[in-house]
Design a protein around this ligand. Structure first.
Ligand SMILES: Cc1cc2nc3c(=O)[nH]c(=O)nc-3n(C[C@H](O)[C@H](O)[C@H](O)COP(=O)(O)OP(=O)(O)OC[C@H]3O[C@@H](n4cnc5c(N)ncnc54)[C@H](O)[C@@H]3O)c2cc1C
Length: 400
């Protein structure tokens, strides 16, 4: 007996993209999308147009809220306009794209238990041959992390703000609390998202301080208006990830995807490009949990190997560089060629790219960079902590 062909637990980015990809491939497949609730005020997810291939662009197109023909970056010593297109989805545009798929039914509820073939909601079991877990909780126990924290305010300006393309990093701002930059997305000629972002060692977000910085940034540009929406984020920057242990421990359960499976960019914490690729993989195997698990696991382990270099860059940022030097690393990076920058964001760096990023006057002291070469010490520490916590849990359970 089955209640659907596919149950997606968590209706965030990863599972929404899987629903769109499955519906595009097989509109007859019945999909249940179970979600416990939306972030107040909604969400935006942005990406570089070159992050996706043609097929992904096609099935994602109905969910795109806004697209721009270029983007800018600004550092203390230079500013640069890049030709790479940029685009954003919003909670509303993603929900509308899903609502247009008759095979997708959304259930607004929290799943109490998730297993390979069943999902329990309000004590009732829902069955499907394939269950996918996109509940968003990062597998921190298998990782060593730094953090990118931010607050974004969408401002309804009283007059046109004058911006035509996003500024991905405006680091021409005071540098405090780690590396800091402002990110802007001009949705319409009067509506603009202004995000204050900091690369910090801890995951604490000082919302009041970020808000003050955003209003100061807007005031300096003469942008006055009402706050229409606010979002906040504490995104992981991954310095080490024991992907093999994570997937071994997840075996036998539902298929983990998205942030839940560590499927995001180690330096930016962004997940859309990988979520689109996983959606294609999952869509091709979504008839059975075991088959989908094996396919996504294979993809994820391959990706984790490819991300080895990006995790090294994260270690350079967080372990070798002083906060001031973090800005210099990014400043150096953004002087490189546009195709290389595009490949970095899409997670497709070549060997030559990797060498190119590190060539030149090193932005961090060489002995400290060398000390970051291996992720093994961080992996060992994560494993020790994980096993210690498991032992503690076991002892507590026995004591009950
Ligand atoms: C404010 C913000 C802005 C971001 N901007 C970008 C961006 O521009 N581009 C980009 O690529 N990345 C961005 N990211 C990073 C990343 O892509 C997002 O976090 C993305 O939403 C992760 O997708 P996900 O599906 O793995 O998790 P989520 O989108 O967080 O989805 C998880 C969902 O699971 C639901 N859930 C959890 N537990 C249960 C349960 N037991 N039962 C039912 N439902 C449950 C939650 O309600 C949630 O909706 C951003 C993150 C944040 C926080």
């Amino acid at each position: 007996m089955r209640d659907a062909d596919l149950i997606l637990v968590g209706g965030g980015l990863a599972n929404s993209l899987i629903a769109l990809a499955v519906a595009a491939r097989d509109p007859a497949r019945r999909i249940l999308l179970v979600d416990a609730g939306a972030q107040a005020g909604g969400h935006t997810w942005s990406f570089h147009q070159t992050d996706l291939n043609d097929r992904q662009r096609q099935w994602l197109a109905p969910a795109i809220a806004c697209a721009w023909p270029g983007q800018e970056v600004r550092f203390s010593r230079y500013a640069r306009r890049l030709r790479t297109g940029y685009a954003s989805l919003t909670s509303a545009s993603l929900a509308a794209a899903l609502a247009a798929c008759p095979s997708v039914i959304r259930i607004p509820a929290r799943a109490e238990r998730i297993s390979a073939k069943r999902v329990h909601i309000d004590g009732q079991a829902w069955r499907a041959p394939c269950v996918i877990d996109g509940t968003g909780r990062i597998p921190e126990a298998y990782m060593a992390l730094g953090w990118q924290v931010f607050v974004g305010v969408e401002l309804d300006c009283a007059a046109p703000h004058g911006r035509d393309v996003p500024i991905i990093m405006d680091a021409q701002v005071a540098q405090n609390d780690g590396y800091r930059f402002v990110y802007t997305l001009p949705f319409t000629d009067r509506r603009i998202l202004i995000e204050d972002t900091r690369y910090t060692d801890g995951s604490v977000l000082d919302e009041a301080d970020c808000l003050a910085a955003i209003h100061d940034y807007a005031a300096k540009r003469g942008w006055e208006g009402a706050e229409a929406r606010r979002e906040r984020g504490v995104l992981p920057v991954v310095m080490a990830f024991d992907a093999a242990a994570f997937w071994a421990d997840a075996a036998g359960g539902a298929v983990p995807v998205g942030m839940r499976a560590g499927l995001f960019h180690p330096v930016t914490g962004y997940s859309l490009p990988l979520a689109a690729r996983v959606a294609d993989v999952a869509a091709a195997h979504a008839c059975d949990t075991r088959e989908a698990f094996a396919a996504v696991r294979r993809f994820a382990l391959q990706e984790a190997r490819r991300q080895t270099y990006s995790r090294f860059l994260s270690r350079l940022l967080f372990r070798a560089a002083e906060p001031e030097q973090r800005r210099r690393i990014l400043e150096h990076f953004y002087r490189l060629s546009e195709p290389l920058i595009e490949r970095f964001y899409a997670g497709r760096l070549t060997l030559a790219d990797r060498a190119r990023i590190l060539i030149g006057k090193p932005p961090v002291p060489i002995p400290r960079a060398l000390a970051c070469l291996s992720e093994r010490p961080l992996l060992k520490a994560a494993r020790r902590k994980r096993l210690g916590e498991e032992a503690l849990l076991g002892a507590n359970a026995e004591g009950v």
